[in-house]
Design a protein around this ligand. Structure first.
Ligand SMILES: CC(C)(COP(=O)(O)OP(=O)(O)OC[C@H]1O[C@@H](n2cnc3c(N)ncnc32)[C@H](O)[C@@H]1OP(=O)(O)O)[C@@H](O)C(=O)NCCC(=O)NCCS
Length: 191
């Protein structure tokens, strides 16, 4: 049974291993993830508690929150990283979500995503944004987001590299009634 919980500084190497093991992230991308990890994890206590961020406050670098999915043996099987998107009204970025390649299709990603969304709803977040690549080796992420109710809302052609588009997936967290109210307020046409 997978458990979701706080990530500690001792998990840094494991996070690097999960990302490198995925074989789809460039070294610079792994470095970015580790830099975020270092800024988010409280190195004094060695513990990061995503619950500590109790409001959607003006973003700073430490607004990144990390969550871990743990096996019954307490091994880190995967992690997610998210934050309020700077200069938006309650939009949040799902910045990373990754599961150990040997533990995929066992529900860890779903458990992580459900918990991220639960926490974001608790912060009154309105919209979750996740970006991924159009490359064939990113098909797992696209299938995963679609399976969980995310919709493709934008595509920037050749963004990452020639023939490597950036696909933006979004998911509304609020109720449909609220969404309709909001659309009406903005004069948008809804179907
Ligand atoms: C995306 C990822 C996190 C999913 O984690 P996971 O633990 O394997 O996901 P789950 O087991 O919860 O899968 C839930 C559903 O997502 C969909 N899905 C997951 N992997 C998929 C794949 N390779 N192809 C198509 N659909 C997939 C399926 O509908 C799956 O349900 P099913 O297994 O009953 O068919 C994992 O594949 C991963 O780490 N990928 C590399 C990192 C990455 O690309 N992250 C996203 C961008 S940062």
């Amino acid at each position: 049974m997978t458990r979701v919980g706080a990530i500690e500084s001792r998990h840094r190497d494991r996070i690097a291993g999960i990302l490198r093991g995925a074989e789809i992230f460039r070294d610079e991308e792994v470095d970015v993830a580790l830099d975020l990890f270092d800024s988010a994890v409280d190195t004094a206590s060695g513990v990061h508690d995503a619950k500590a961020a109790s409001t959607i406050a003006p973003p700073v670098s430490s607004d990144y929150s990390f969550l871990g999915a743990f096996t019954p043996e307490d091994e880190l099987a995967g992690f997610a990283c998210y934050r309020p998107t700077p200069a938006t009204d309650r939009t949040c970025d799902l910045y990373w979500i990754a599961v150990d390649p040997d533990r995929r299709r066992m529900g860890s990603g779903t458990i992580l995503l459900n918990e991220v969304e639960r926490r974001l709803k608790g912060l009154n977040a309105r919209l979750v944004v996740a970006e991924t690549s159009s490359r064939s080796d990113h098909s797992a992420a696209r299938g995963f987001y679609l399976r969980h109710g995310y919709v493709e809302t934008a595509r920037a052609r050749h963004f990452y590299a020639p023939a490597d588009d950036r696909i933006t997936f979004t998911k509304r967290l609020q109720s449909r009634g609220k969404a309709l109210e909001e659309s009406a307020a903005h004069g948008a046409v809804t179907s």
